[in-house]
Design a protein around this ligand. Structure first.
Ligand code: AMP
Ligand code: ZN
Length: 120
């Protein structure tokens, strides 16, 4: 399978890895949208959130917990941060291996995107 994030997990493609355990890997986003922007991914390939099932519930939870741990390690947990998982075209997903964006280092606006107010 040709998957960019699986290649990063297998260390075939370099990444700025900031956290790793048995189930989860996290690395800095190559095109950061905030001063702190990391991606938390499962080591198991799941293409989109739509492809996750009941058996993946624990793994999905691990992504959030790893993001919180990472925010603490990086020193911005108390200030706050946002986690986002995009799904498919309307969600803006460009890499088909699920990933939790961890965004921090500045105060973020809400709602996050002005175009979310457009009617579909
Ligand atoms: P999404 O648009 O939600 O699928 O997010 C994919 C993210 O992966 C984007 O924020 C990209 O900047 C990021 N990205 C793509 N290639 C790499 C890479 N080789 N290393 C780190 N981040 C990457
Ligand atoms: Zn993959």
């Amino acid at each position: 399978m040709n998957c960019l994030f699986c290649s990063i997990i297998d260390k075939q493609i370099p990444a700025d890895i900031v956290y790793e355990d048995e189930h989860v890997l996290a690395f800095r986003d190559i095109n950061p949208q905030t001063p702190q922007h990391m991606l938390v991914i499962p080591k198991q390939h799941i293409a989109t959130l739509n492809d996750a099932n009941e058996a993946d519930a624990l793994l999905l939870g691990r992504l959030s917990l790893a993001a919180a741990k990472l925010a603490t390690q990086q020193g911005f947990a108390e200030a706050g941060y946002r986690t986002v998982m995009n799904c498919n075209a309307h969600g803006g997903q460009t890499v088909d291996h699920i990933h939790l964006h961890l965004l921090g280092g500045k105060a973020l606006g809400w709602p996050p995107f002005t175009d979310q107010l457009k009617t579909v």
